[in-house]
Design a protein around this ligand. Sequence first.
Ligand SMILES: CC(C)(COP(=O)(O)OP(=O)(O)OC[C@H]1O[C@@H](n2cnc3c(N)ncnc32)[C@H](O)[C@@H]1OP(=O)(O)O)[C@@H](O)C(=O)NCCC(=O)NCCS
Length: 392
Amino acid sequence: MEDSCEITPNTGLRGITIADTRICDVDGANGRLIYRGYLIQDLAKASFEEVVHLLLYEKLPSASELLAFKERLAAERSIPEAVTAALKTRPHDALPMDILQCAVPMLAQHDPDVRDQSPEAVERMALRLIARFATVMAAWNRIRNGEKPLAPLPELDHAANFLYMLTGKEPEADVGRFMDTALVLHAEHSFNASTFAAREVASTRAHIYAAVTAAVGSLSGDLHGGANVRVMEMLMKIADPAKAAGYVTQEFDAGRKIFGLGHAVYDTDDPRAYIVASMSKVLEERIGKTKWYEISAELDKIGKEEFKKRKGRDIYVNVDFYSGSLYYSLGIPVDLFTPVFAISRIAGWCAHVVEEQFAGAAPKPTLYRPESEYIGDYCGPDVCEYTPIDER
Ligand SMILES: CC(C)(COP(=O)(O)OP(=O)(O)OC[C@H]1O[C@@H](n2cnc3c(N)ncnc32)[C@H](O)[C@@H]1OP(=O)(O)O)[C@@H](O)C(=O)NCCC(=O)NCCS
């Protein structure tokens, strides 16, 4: 490589606009998150089903539309028996995100619409995916614990059904509502890594299940959806609010990150973070154990102060920071935190796949094909001379 060769900055596409979308705006400078025109703070008052309707059909449902929509979702919530049987063959210590990722093509294999690329068929497949993610993960948790998977209850909404199928107990109304709000808050976030992955695959005209499989893989990483697990592991390691300061110093000294802090887009606190924080606080107070919330609040304060002291700039909390303690108090096993994120984000992914495939915000669908700068330096400026294997 010549000394004068300029290295392409590895920006991870930060600040580069690659498509128009009508679905979501993350206004990082002002800390605003908007789904189809509505602020997340307002949508936090709505149910997951209302928000899914908004994301897919571009409008909040009327009461009768909501009822009909809930019935459609309820009708799709059960997973094919063959998929449950296949889940039973998986090793019980498999990573839950791997289970979810392999369940998606299995669901495709049982979907009668999978060869149909019409908007009507894609909409039906989107509804099945949104309805079934929660069922798959609840079934998996019971299977790995040697328990029988539970069928969804038609009278429960999506969030309460998930908790019921997971634990075998119908949640009290306010607990179900906390889960519901958590699903609303995680449902969509514009062109994050997993949504970008889904849209890129959708741009090839692959079906919606293929696009969603890619998105699940992307979400599994620690810097994306995996962060909520790492947050809870961190809280458990600290175990005592008085030890939060020592932990922050130790991690920063070692050059490690505090999970749940920092965001690729927000220059302020993530608008969802303190909605989650207040639910976490209330829920922990209700069950009489406020330890995880207290450690989180200490880490939040001290982590920000220490970052400012060391780097001379601010860092802010993201949605994963207080999600750890909230999910834990909801009785969700720690290694299911990232799948729970997926149970919600499937709504956003599906809306984006539809927009990508049917050019909902673009003049026409286009295959993604970015450029790269070739910096391979093997045989000088020219290509290498190929030698047959017995002459090498
Ligand atoms: C989310 C994340 C990848 C955003 O990335 P980004 O804005 O591109 O920031 P970078 O990873 O490039 O980091 C920029 C600087 O801030 C520091 N930093 C970023 N997040 C940090 C954190 N959580 N703890 C400590 N330092 C952090 C980096 O070490 C880096 O420092 P340097 O400039 O001295 O090298 C990053 O903040 C992170 O890894 N956070 C923890 C994981 C997490 O919570 N992910 C969930 C996101 S919703």
